[in-house]
Design a protein around this ligand. Structure first.
Ligand code: ATP
Ligand code: MG
Length: 613
């Protein structure tokens, strides 16, 4: 769990949201407010300690899928602002849509946020608190708020069909028309709404609508629905309710109840902001007699100034992936990938399995920044952040992914047939404290098939008959030829050791070669399954022009090869990251790699951007 007092490790570039928060803090907007952590605590103990200036943000996912890289932007933003300004970020589930939500998704979301390095625990005013909330825990209060609107003349039960309601809403250029139910008495509306709650009507028979203005230029203000009848089992409240609040009604109330100061969402909610403000303003006005919520608080006392304010920022659009839980779910459910944690998916569990570190994702989110202008970020930016993070951390080792045997013909003459030459190398060239790795060189080794050419092309400096190359950390060898099978496939490359050229000996200085190749000893190398991933789509914007993203799925996005890795990797813990020299960054698969039993690695990314070549 992150400590909200931890200063940011790198200077954070400013953005428009930081400017707003700094202005608000300077104006003392939140200086004396008694912020409650939840409707269940300090708001009901108004005599608690005085809070210093605090901002409160929230991350409010709907538990209808696994989080993706787009959510990471929102998480880093909301939790990051709270951390940097000594505030709190609430972890809140927006679970108002029972059919699509589940405990599995709740659990996976909590896991993902923690993994990314953020927590919802705070120590404020000497009080230790977990800021984990569920919109569904406020259903009673939301219901009371709806009755409050009805009693104030601000809501009515509309019994028109959904088609009639849609038709009555008007268009961008035409005003809407009033529902025939719009002017029913408050008492009649209240009775109808209570009957809705008590299950007297079929699903969809009627809705509760806010009563605002059917001629408003903003269509969202043309009497939006705020409650609907839906007999569905809810993961938290079970079958207790047959009516559920609409998201646009629920969200502002959740924010207000929790004392959120800055409610930050993506740009598509910009047109909802007037309703957000309308609703909270109405709920903060007095009516007689007041309404008492189930917790015993009178509305509108629950909503005290300053009310939360909504701010919008541009969502992350990342090339070569889709960022929509619904579409990701379809990829999983229809078997296009092997689960939510498939390393090709931009889900946080997928990225984690692929070998992405929380730090690399945070770095990426810092670099892309926050603005109000919609844009596309190239997938390679994510990979660059990953390389920048892993370069300093990942232990080096040698591996061969497309193996062909190399036989050193004069081994027995120079050493003896049984002799093995011990080799060692630093685990990291810049971090001696990471130690050394040990392996041996013998007469048979594995090299990459493309490190040999029978007839070399121009500029090729690796193995070809007559050429000398250095076996990295070993000695120089001179290629003498190759052996082929009946089909003409090369099965063995042949070479001789050039005496007195061992790395680290004086003789090594006396010979200059242009090529250095990596290798794995055939005696002590460890067989490994290596999964090579590529972009999931062939198109940078799989949905451009309304296209179906499934049409541009890359059929070659996953390839599994059998390779060889250095012996030091046999005991690598699952989840550990490596740089395979010359090949890229790899991670021991979190689930399938078993130290000492079965080596399974995923390629996280290549060493350089090779996409498009
Ligand atoms: P999805 O379509 O993937 O379900 P959503 O916005 O409906 O996305 P929520 O669970 O409501 O998903 O998202 C929680 C928070 O994450 C919201 O505040 C939302 O604005 C933010 N978010 C979702 N997608 C992105 C994105 N691509 N970039 C930035 N923020 C995002
Ligand atoms: Mg959604």
């Amino acid at each position: 769990m992150s400590d909200h007092r931890t200063p940011p490790t790198t200077p954070i570039p400013s953005n428009f949201l930081r400017n707003i928060i700094e202005r608000d803090l300077q104006q003392g907007l939140y200086a004396t407010k008694h912020h409650a952590g939840s409707p269940g605590d300090a708001r009901h103990h108004a005599a608690g300690p005085l809070d210093p200036a605090r901002i409160r943000t929230r991350f409010p996912p709907e538990p209808n899928g696994y989080l993706h890289i787009g959510h990471a932007k929102s998480i880093c933003l909301n939790f990051g602002l709270a951390r940097d300004y000594g505030g709190v970020c609430h972890m809140r589930f927006d679970d108002t849509n029972p059919e699509k939500e589940s405990q599995e998704f709740v659990d996976s979301i909590l896991d993902a946020v923690s993994w990314l390095g953020f927590g919802w625990h705070s120590e404020l005013g000497g009080q230790s608190q977990d800021h984990l909330y569920f919109a569904s825990n406020y259903f009673d209060t939301m219901y009371a708020a709806a009755e409050f609107l009805i009693q104030g003349g601000h809501a009515y039960v509309d019994e028109q069909t959904p088609e009639q309601i849609r038709a009555g809403r008007g268009t961008l250029t035409e005003a809407g028309t009033d529902s025939p139910y719009r002017n029913r008495s408050r008492a009649e509306n209240l009775a109808r709404f209570r009957a809705m709650r008590d299950g007297a009507f079929e699903d969809g028979a009627m809705v509760l609508r806010a009563r605002i203005d059917m001629a408003a230029p903003n269509i969202n203000l043309r009497d939006p629905a705020i409650y609907r009848i839906r007999r569905a089992h809810h993961h938290n409240t079970g079958n207790r309710w047959c009516i559920y609040p609409m998201y646009t009604f629920a969200h502002p109330i959740e924010d207000a109840l929790e004392g959120i100061t800055h409610s930050i969402c993506t740009l598509e909610f910009e047109d909802q902001r007037p309703f957000y403000d309308w609703l909270l303003t109405r709920l903060s006005e007095s009516i007689t007699p007041p309404i008492t919520t189930p917790e015993g608080t009178e509305l509108p006392a629950l909503l005290t100034a300053p009310l939360p304010r909504q701010y919008e920022f541009a969502r992350l659009n990342l090339s070569y992936v889709v960022t929509s839980k619904r579409k990701l779910k379809a990829l999983v459910d229809d078997g296009h990938v092997q689960g939510w944690d498939d390393p090709r998916l931009p889900t946080l569990v997928g990225l984690r399995r692929r070998g992405y570190t929380p730090e690399s994702i945070q770095l990426f989110c810092e670099r892309i920044g926050v603005s109000k202008a919609d844009s596309w970020i190239d997938y390679s930016s994510l990979e660059i952040a990953l390389r920048d993070d892993l370069d300093a951390k990942a232990a080096r080792c040698m591996a061969v992914l497309d193996p062909v045997e190399l036989v050193l013909g004069n081994w027995a003459e120079i050493y003896s047939a049984e002799h093995r030459e011990p080799c060692s190398a630093p685990s990291h060239p810049a971090h001696p404290e990471m130690g050394q790795r040990a392996f041996t060189l013998g007469p048979r080794l594995w090299i990459e098939r493309d490190d040999f050419m029978e007839a070399p092309s121009k500029g090729y400096h690796r193995l070809y008959p007559g050429n000398k190359v250095r076996l990295k950390y070993g000695f120089v060898v001179e290629c003498t030829g190759c052996e082929k099978d009946a089909s003409g496939q090369i099965v063995r490359v042949l070479a001789n050791i050039v005496p007195d050229t061992r790395s680290g000996t004086p003789g090594a200085e006396n010979i200059k070669v242009k090529g250095v190749i990596t290798w794995v000893g055939a005696d002590d190398g460890v067989a490994a399954e290596v999964r090579l991933f590529d972009r999931l789509y062939t198109q940078a914007q799989p949905e451009a022009g309304g296209a179906d993203h499934l049409a541009s799925l890359n059929p070659n996005s996953k390839r599994v090869v059998q390779g060889w890795v250095e012996p030091s990797l046999a005991q690598a813990p699952a989840g550990s990251a490596f740089q395979f020299e010359r090949l890229g960054y790899f991670v021991a698969d979190r689930l399938d790699h078993q130290p000492g039993l079965k080596a399974v690695f995923n390629r996280t990314t290549t060493l350089r951007d090779s996409w498009g070549k």
